[in-house]
Design a protein around this ligand. Structure first.
Ligand code: NAD
Length: 471
């Protein structure tokens, strides 16, 4: 930026090499410390999303066959709400927080001051290819950082559109996009970014964290997992089935917080399965392939992986698959066990295994031994039962009697734990993630008692007595 506040490093495609340092040079000018500067970036992004809505919906249709209503709400709408919340609350979030000052430091004052890190790298997955790079970017910009976005190469239309839109409206030093797969991502990870925010699979998360460790770069890892959904006999079966079917088949099951499998109490298994089938038909008709409201599998690789699960167990709904159209019907399977391939890893597609239980404690003990999932769902009218589940099985987030509800409240942090990740964002949690919370004490130069300075002489006994009183 020159003295007139004009951008000097240009717009348009950037090479991944040296991009962190290019942004940090700009960051050092201090321009992003100004809250009005940050608001301007957020408003620019907002305008972009509103103006390019049709292009975004088309790109998401090309990549994932996304129905417009799903694409708008879960991609554009979510980011707009993040922007509006940040615009409304930024002043409060960024204000230094005064805290208690111990007697030892009197007269003086103590504050926690949020400060931006510098240049941050946001790496995204393909399943919500716009939301999962732009929502973190909103938080990073609000916190006063410069942002490099690396969208997923597996959603190529959306990736190219994001690159074009950002290049048209932002200087590269403030926010820029590097497209590509493993090669460019490795080049980015070799640089000493000031923060890395990664959303993707657990295995790649390990690679990202290893690379970050080389430069001691802090990371947030938003990873996946196998999310259990427990349905007890006292649940409202009709509502549970509708909410579960919606959450599972939204984006054809390619959602990190979709219920992965159902554990239903045996006494209601058949009624629950009937209700699930009725919900699927109610949503998508008798031929979901013809429904305008049902998405497609992202690519042949994932289609083949998912189709491979269809040979085991008993298919009680769906089961049809068409490779040319990357279509897999909303499917429910029973008769599988923990030893079946479908139960080994996160399914990440529209196949829902339903397993029946008699003894909840035994099920909870088994879940406790598994990697901690990103989401946990319980359907029951019994508050004590829900509490028992939550106390026994840890997860990134949880919802009782609903699916996705934990994501829809921006006052709740969104993130994983254990194998499902570390760190969180959304609303203020996002601002906090992209801020260093700096401890600052201001002191007066008087008084300056000699007691703390050498030579200590016989002061030890007095210091021992004083410490608990003055700290
Ligand atoms: P992925 O891990 O394969 O890819 C994510 C990103 O990493 C992509 O941008 C990709 O280019 C990059 N990448 C791939 N291989 C790499 C390598 N060897 N080195 C460096 N970078 C590499 O994930 P995906 O398949 O795009 O997404 C699916 C996964 O993401 C699922 O496990 C899902 O649960 C998870 N997910 C989590 C969240 C969340 O919020 N926690 C949200 C969506 C998806």
């Amino acid at each position: 930026m020159n003295g007139n506040g004009e951008l000097t490093t240009g717009r348009g495609p950037v090479a991944p090499e040296g991009v962190a340092e290019m942004q940090r040079r700009f960051f050092r000018t201090g321009a992003t410390r100004d809250l009005e500067f940050r608001r301007r970036q957020l408003r620019t992004l907002r305008d972009l999303l509103v103006q390019r809505e049709a292009d975004i919906l088309e790109a998401l249709r090309l990549d994932l066959g996304r129905p417009a209503a799903e694409a708008y709400t879960s991609e554009i709408g979510v980011v707009l709400v993040e922007i509006d919340t940040a615009l409304k609350r930024l002043g409060r979030w960024a204000r230094p927080k005064r805290v208690r000052t111990p007697w030892l430091l009197f007269p003086g004052s103590s504050r926690i001051v949020p400060e931006p890190y510098g240049s941050v790298l946001v790496i995204g997955p393909w399943n919500y290819p716009l939301q999962l790079v732009l929502a973190p970017a909103v938080a990073a910009l609000a916190a006063g950082n410069c942002v490099v976005i690396k969208p997923s190469e597996h959603a190529p239309a959306t990736s190219a559109l994001i690159a074009r839109m950002i290049a048209e409206s932002f200087g590269n030093e403030v926010m820029t996009v590097v497209e590509g797969g493993v090669g460019p991502t490795r080049t980015l990870l070799g640089q000493d970014f000031d923060y890395i925010f990664f959303t993707g699979g657990t295995g790649i998360g390990r690679i990202v964290m290893t690379a970050a460790a080389e430069n001691l770069t802090p990371v947030t890892l938003e990873l996946g997992g196998k999310n259990p959904c427990i349905v007890a006999a006292d649940a409202d079966i009709g509502t549970a089935a509708k909410r579960i079917a919606w959450g599972k088949y939204f984006n054809a099951g390619q959602t990190c917080i979709a219920p992965d499998f159902i554990l239903v109490e045996r006494a209601i298994e058949q009624r629950f399965l009937d209700a699930l089938k009725a919900a699927i038909t109610g949503f998508y008709g008798s031929d979901p392939a013809a429904s305008p409201d049902y998405a497609r599998i992202v690519n042949e690789h994932h289609f083949d992986r998912l189709a491979g699960f269809l040979g085991r167990g008993e298919i009680v709904a769906g089961g049809e698959a068409d490779r040319d159209r990357r279509y897999i019907a909303p499917t429910v399977v029973t008769g599988v066990t923990w030893d079946d391939p479908v139960m080994a890893d996160e399914i990440f597609g529209p196949i829902l295994p339903v397993l029946a239980w008699d003894d909840l404690d035994a099920e909870l003990a088994a879940l406790q031994r598994r990697p901690k999932p990103l989401a946990l769902y319980v359907f029951t009218r019994d508050g004590n039962l829900a509490d028992r589940v939550l106390e026994t099985v840890s997860s990134g987030g949880a919802a009782i009697n609903d699916i996705f509800a934990q994501l829809l409240n921006l006052d709740l942090p969104f993130g994983g734990v254990g194998d499902s990740g570390m760190g969180a964002y959304h609303g203020k949690a996002g601002f906090d993630t992209f801020s260093h919370h700096r401890a600052v004490v201001r002191r007066s130069t008087w008084p300056d008692p000699a007691l703390k300075y050498p030579p200590y002489g016989n002061s030890l006994a007095l210091l021992k007595r004083l410490m608990p009183r003055i700290l």
